[in-house]
Design a protein around this ligand. Sequence first.
Ligand SMILES: Nc1nc2c(c(=O)[nH]1)N[C@H]1C(S)=C(S)[C@@H](COP(=O)(O)O)O[C@H]1N2
Ligand SMILES: [Mo]
Length: 514
Amino acid sequence: MWDVTDRRVRWSDAASLGIPAAAAAMGSAELAAGAIGRSQAAPLLAVGAAGIDLTPQWLKDFAIRSFGTADKLVLLCGLGLGILLVAVLVGLSARRRPLLGAAGLCGLGVLGAVAAMSRPGAHAQDVIPSVAGAVVGVLVLAWLLRLGARPVRPRAGQDGPDRRRILLAGAGTVAAAGATGAVGRLLSSRHDVGTARQAVRLPAPARPVAEPPAGAAVRVPGMTPFVTPARDFYRVDTALTLPQVSPRDWTLRVHGMVHRPFELSFDELLRRPLLEHDITLACVSNEIGGTLAGNARWLGASLPALLREAGVRSGADQILSRSADGMTVSTPIDVIMDGRDSLLAVGMNGQPLPVAHGFPARMVVPGLYGYVSATKWVVDLKVTRFATDAAYWTKRGYAERGPIKTFSRIDVPQAFKQVRAGRTAIAGTAWAQHRGISAVEIRIDDGPWRQAQLAPVPGIDTWRQWVTDWDATPGSHNLQVRATDGTGALQPQDRLPPFPDGATGWHSIVVTVT
Ligand SMILES: Nc1nc2c(c(=O)[nH]1)N[C@H]1C(S)=C(S)[C@@H](COP(=O)(O)O)O[C@H]1N2
Ligand SMILES: [Mo]
């Protein structure tokens, strides 16, 4: 017999059936992923990672613009909300249409399995976590439904003891699912390479390099440091979880249009002559005034020397490098080989590369945006042609070649800050890697352009700090900066967005002087 109350949408069903079943599914999927040592196959991460690759460009730009480096957290929260929505729907339909509820859970499982299998480097067993999750979810749903099927006669406005028992069972299930998921994550962390990284002893560079010149960092409170500590270094990549590449298993394959393809182990890499260079990396997504750039001292083997050993065949014009997580980057061979300090880097600021910055090895090529040069977790170099192979971002409309554009930024005072009237310093950072910065000019309101004082630099591959004095008068003022690169070219004034080959425009800020 139908109870009239059964005809209403019962939100408690969502809470007592759908959410616990979905939680059990997610928790057991995490456990299965940890048990088989394939954390990337856990459905949440797999769907998130696939989502990153499928996201249209405008949405990606929007996410980076609005959330910056928190974009991945926002994505995961969005996914969590999506799963919660499915869970609620499963719960609402399950009592009258149990098969529909089960189908919802299976749908999540299929989505997770397809996403896991579509990832670069996927194995057949990567379906296991999603399948296990769906099976457990359906079993838990059936169990909770059985609990609820016992005769219940709640009096109006009052939950019967059975209803309370069901809610309790649901809450217990959610807690158990959380614990299961945590155990899964713990099992996954067995594969973390933090310990292996700490055990790496980097050899000294073949030739010692001088410290950056004294005064490379202008002494103004609040100014950007000249060398960016690794922990503050901007991070941009498509990896939802950091690839864990053990130096023991790492090899670099050099192949394609070469006379002598070869493979290099990490020990062999460390035995090569290592060079050390100060190089500023920058991201093509950096906006005018933005902070997606960092300067570090990189230790690594010469990339041109590696390529000469392999013997690049005529007609080849790009290196398609591939990371352990399937990211591809194409770098023009003529740029790598033109005498600049292109590195297969293993060290950053005197330490092994942090995992977030490409441990155990990455590429660094001064003068090119990261998306065409700075492959982290690099495992494969294919010598090829632009006409044959396209890289990840080029397929998504970004420029094939990505020379870094001249950029200048006011760091001090900060925008919209109150400034005390009187003599004060305006200071900032400018870069035009591999061309160098030859001048920085500042303009206050509609006044004349004035030369700023340039700090010394170790070379043309790093950013350059600048400073100037300002006699600040009360009121609101507009400060504007522009740089000239080492070839004498003035930074372009036209405002262009980062897509498809880097932003242009002069940075300006408004400050209030009191
Ligand atoms: N494997 C891999 N390498 C990558 C990327 C990536 O998504 N995956 N992003 C590139 C981009 S767009 C930039 S700007 C630099 C950023 O390097 P960082 O995170 O060490 O600052 O890495 C490059 N190397
Ligand atoms: Mo980037």
